[in-house]
Design a protein around this ligand. Sequence first.
Ligand code: HEM
Ligand code: NAG
Length: 502
Amino acid sequence: MTDIIVGVVALAVVLLFFLYQNLKTKRYKLPPGPTALPVIGNLHQLQKLNPQRFFYGWARKYGPILSYKIGSRTMVVISSAELTKELLKMQDVNFTDRPQHRSHEVISYGRRDMVLSHYTPYYREIRKMAMNHLFSPTRVATFKHVREEEVTRMMVKINKAAEKSEAVDVSELMMTLGNSVVCRQAFGKKYNEDGEEMKRFIKIVYGIQNVLGKIYFSDIFPFTGYVLDDLTGLTAYMNECFERQDTYLQEIIDETLDPNRVKPETESMIDLLMDIYKDQPLASDFTIENVKAVILDIITGGTETAAAGVVWGMTYLMKYPKVMKKAQAEVREYMRERGLTFVTEDDIKNLPYFRALVKETLRIEPVIPLLIPRSCIQDTKIAGYDIPAGTTVNVNVWAVSRDEKEWGHDADEFRPERFLEKDVDFKGTDYEFIPFGSGRRMCPGMRLGAAMLEVPYANLLLNFDFKLANGMKSEDINMDVMTGFAMHKSQHHMLVPQKVWK
Ligand code: HEM
Ligand SMILES: *[C@@H]1O[C@H](CO)[C@@H](O)[C@H](O)[C@H]1NC(C)=O
């Protein structure tokens, strides 16, 4: 008798279990995607190089909205302009959050920054402050001389190489420029480019970027706790990078608190944040930790993005010599007519072909090609598919840039003229072209970023003709993209400059 009872109960338990499993998985009609393995999902399929191309390949197979799994997490990728508009305009509010990620939490002082903050009242306050003060047109303009001085320094270096017919490493030059400009804008620090302080700063930035990009076992297999993170050294590396960054930022803050300090002639960004710390004008607490977190955004947002953009531009121009000639001719003629020798931010307004070139550069290689991932706040639907709360969503901007409905069949061609034919801008309302994102979490540093990209780019075109180094042919240029925060060309771009006699 007891055997029968045990048997019936066991059967009921098994049935209930399957029913529950069924309910759990059948409840949602997720977007189509590759078959996921148990436990790891599609983790084994992901690649280190060229993620934007990889997801583009999946989109061709599964469509403009697709889903896959990393461990227990559901991931969605959007690849068309139409669905981007649905996501970032119609349903912006549902996708304003950022996904859970262990190192993002730690590095950003518990998400007190802007980039990684959850969508909270605090976030909305600092975002507003950033738009009105930190990144306002007036503030961006106060650093104009900084950007121009640093670009001039870079031109002097290239000139020296040109005199000796030596190759320059454009990737390296642009990174150095980005770092120098950011240190001056953020802290008012003018470091010697090859000095120890700059080396320390670069090591910190490199560490942050590395840590932010890693996948943590504790996020994708929550049942393992921190055990695997600890065993694989991920935790130790994260803590080491955090310590290095925190010590540095604390030193900078202590300097600003020193009563004997002479304030720099242009108020730097950290001074503004320290004023907020002292005056506490926000409804939310703004502690020293918050100052550090927000300054980190300025560092990570500013050092790499513009640099990567110029390197991509110079790479495509080497592959498209006619575009190079046309852009050079416009800049050179304009400057010669006015007897000018340095292209400033004001001159750029008057260079329509160059402005189209900048847009085309950001279209063909958007430097943050998968945007910064959003997280879904509540269960919703896109294109008839269920998107459960907590789903991570990426927009593949690189794929959207190749959406044939919007860009036609030559979307892989580098052709600035398309922006003279079509009135489209990157301000976040033309959904086929969103290198700075769109909606409530769109890049607040757009104006600053554009300035940091345009001035060096235009002056390179004004001053030099370029040849590929080591007799390389343009069709042999390696176009691989490296994953990271901003996506760089993975191999450094080496060019031999030749001075132009004006
Ligand atoms: C060419 C240069 C730049 C490009 C292409 C770029 C692009 C982007 C993109 C695509 C996002 C994500 C938007 C989204 O989630 O929808 C973003 C966010 C952000 N960017 Fe930029 N950016 C650039 C320069 C800068 C600079 C110079 C700064 C600051 C100094 C900056 C600060 C930020 C911040 C704070 C966010 C987070 C916004 C939020 O989550 O509310 N960016 N940027
Ligand atoms: C958010 O999602 C809900 C549920 O699907 C939907 O009704 C609503 O329109 C969406 N709203 C916004 C503004 O994102």
